[in-house]
Ligand binder design. Structure first.
Ligand SMILES: O=C[C@H](O)COP(=O)(O)O
Length: 254
């Protein structure tokens, strides 16, 4: 069976409750392919998770944007994986570059988080990606392999993981990776997984692309064989997110 197309909307630290309700009503009215064709997950800030979950159409799901690395306790400001499970939040985004680079989350810390969240029953969108400097110095694959390795050393069952390749230079910059650049890294990541996890994991895991994805560029990216969907930032707050979800049809017709 093929890999089901996956579209995530990462709302980051944006929105008021009024704005969030408006985004949800646009999503709810959108005509998109069925759940057999595309899996859609939106990720509002923690404080709006319950509101969004209560209003969102049943064929779309919600994700948190982070969770704590181990069992909750005296960790001021953190939200534990157990709390997300308790509230019926099925997904969590971990290892986003904004957390790696601004908040100093190391590869090992992200790997620990992924393992802990999975063990609690959450599904994980695990993010990897290189900076512009790393790309220009030719170390893209070393960087994303090291980030993925830190997860692979801690996780044996990848069935609840979606891997998001998000080149840092493409995030929020309007400078999208070309379809060929995305395909190259996705294909290399799949090869890395084949050697370092198993051929089955490599063949079945969804590797999605993130970084300035828009309604205008999504179809060309989606047409690439190893691009299994998107993690969308800015455009996930806009009606064009529906067009991005619809790009799943490209795959269906491929
Ligand atoms: O998680 C999403 C990515 O950071 C992409 O953000 P962007 O679509 O605004 O470039």
């Amino acid at each position: 069976m093929g890999r089901k197309f996956f579209v995530g909307g990462n709302w980051k630290c944006n929105g008021t409750s009024e704005e969030v309700k408006k985004i949800v009503s646009t999503l709810n009215a959108g005509e998109v392919p069925s759940q057999d064709v595309v899996e859609v997950v939106v990720s509002p800030p923690f404080v709006f998770l319950q509101l969004v979950k209560s209003l969102l159409r049943p064929d779309f799901h919600v994700a948190a944007q982070n969770c704590w690395v181990k069992k909750g306790g005296a960790f001021t400001g953190e939200v534990s994986a157990e709390m997300l499970v308790n509230l019926g939040i099925p997904w969590v985004i971990l290892g986003h570059s904004e957390r790696r680079l601004i908040l100093g989350e190391s590869n090992e810390f992200v790997g620990d988080k992924v393992a802990y969240a999975l063990a609690q029953g959450l599904k994980v969108i695990a993010c990897v990606g290189e900076t512009l400097e790393q790309r220009e110095s030719g170390s893209t694959m070393d960087v994303v392999a090291a980030q993925t390795k830190a997860i692979a050393e801690r996780v044996s069952d990848w069935s609840n993981v979606v891997l998001a390749y998000e080149p840092v230079w493409a995030i929020g910059t309007g400078k999208v990776a070309t379809p060929a650049q995305a395909q190259e890294v996705h294909s290399e990541l799949r090869k890395w997984l084949q050697v370092n996890t198993s051929p089955e994991v490599a063949a079945t895991i969804r590797i999605i692309y993130g970084g300035s994805v828009s309604g205008a560029n999504c179809k060309e990216l989606a047409a690439k064989p190893d691009v299994d969907g998107f993690l969308v930032g800015g455009a996930s707050l806009k009606p064009e997110f529906i067009d991005i979800i619809k790009s799943a049809e490209v795959k269906k017709n491929a």
